[in-house]
Design a protein around this ligand. Structure first.
Ligand code: PAF
Length: 280
């Protein structure tokens, strides 16, 4: 595994890989790797052969008072996991390599970035689309891999990639879960043992809502009510939002017809966790 810390070297390596006729897959991460990230690497390896895993805790996507400073960072552990998973190139850009000195450009996907998590995290998705646009420009992958747990993020970056005529295909991979249903997330590390025991209620509540939809209930209000009631039964859960939106545009829906995303976010202590299920 080659470790790369500059944009210039990353571009060279990418050009060399392409010139050799090999396909390059990008798995963008902020580190604190877990099985969810490694499943993205497996998918990228199967489809591309040569995999770049980037680790960059992007300051642009954290709001004031969010967890940028305390976001878990352990490069030694992440590098060992990446090597073991078959990553060929570990891209850990140094200061000023992604957001260069004097940078002023932001990329935003209007509308979609203000829904769901965007309401309580203003500016978050603008930070994500800006950094992903830059990573795509530096790495020039044939495909880039994202987790479905961050459903809104994936739909927004896919929209951005289409709108900007990006070369890369953006691929979403299924959420990896603990045995009790909790979606893997780097932020699960913030949970106390009691909060960890409580946290699977997020997935359970969404599944109950999805179950109603699958049994033929069309009224989104009734489905969301069921999800909210189940979440309210867990005293350690503090709900941020529960919503039913169009699976592509993220516009709220009143009726479950076609593909609908049921998405929720809730606080368990200082961990804000998100999850979703699709129906239809
Ligand atoms: O999902 C993440 O870890 C981040 O939002 C991403 C896509 C690496 C951009 O910083």
């Amino acid at each position: 595994m080659e470790s790369v810390t500059t944009a210039a070297r990353m571009k060279e390596v990418s050009a060399g890989t392409r010139a050799a006729g090999r396909r390059l897959g990008l798995v963008p991460t902020m580190g604190a790797l877990h099985e969810g990230h490694l499943s993205l690497v497996q998918k990228a390896l199967a489809e591309c052969g040569t995999v770049v895993l980037s680790i960059y805790v992007n300051p642009l996507q954290f709001g004031p008072g969010e967890d940028f400073e305390r976001y878990p960072r352990d490069l030694g552990r992440d590098a060992a996991l990446a090597r073991g998973a078959g990553v060929a190139i570990l891209f850990v850009p140094g200061e000023g390599e992604v957001h260069i000195a004097g940078h002023r450009t932001r990329v935003e996907v209007e509308g979609m970035q203000d829904a769901l998590c965007g309401r309580s995290r203003p500016g978050h998705f603008r930070g994500v689309t800006t950094v992903v646009a830059k990573l795509l420009a530096i790495v020039r992958p044939h495909a880039a891999y994202f987790g479905e747990k961050d459903a809104q993020q994936f739909r927004i970056v896919r929209r951005m990639a289409r709108d900007l005529h990006a070369e890369a295909t953006l691929v979403a991979c299924p959420t990896v879960r603990e045995a009790d249903g909790l979606a893997l997330s780097s932020r699960n590390a913030y949970l106390t043992p009691e909060e960890r025991r409580a946290a699977p209620v997020l997935h359970r509540a969404l599944e109950e809502g999805a179950g109603l939809a699958r049994s033929g209930v069309r009224d989104a209000g009734a489905i969301l009510e069921r999800v909210r009631r189940t979440l309210a039964s867990e005293p350690l859960a503090r709900v941020d939002y529960v919503e039913a939106v169009d699976d592509e545009t993220l516009a709220p829906v009143a009726e479950v017809r076609g593909r609908v995303l049921l998405a929720a976010a809730a606080w368990f202590g200082r961990a804000r966790l998100i999850d979703n299920v699709t129906v239809g």
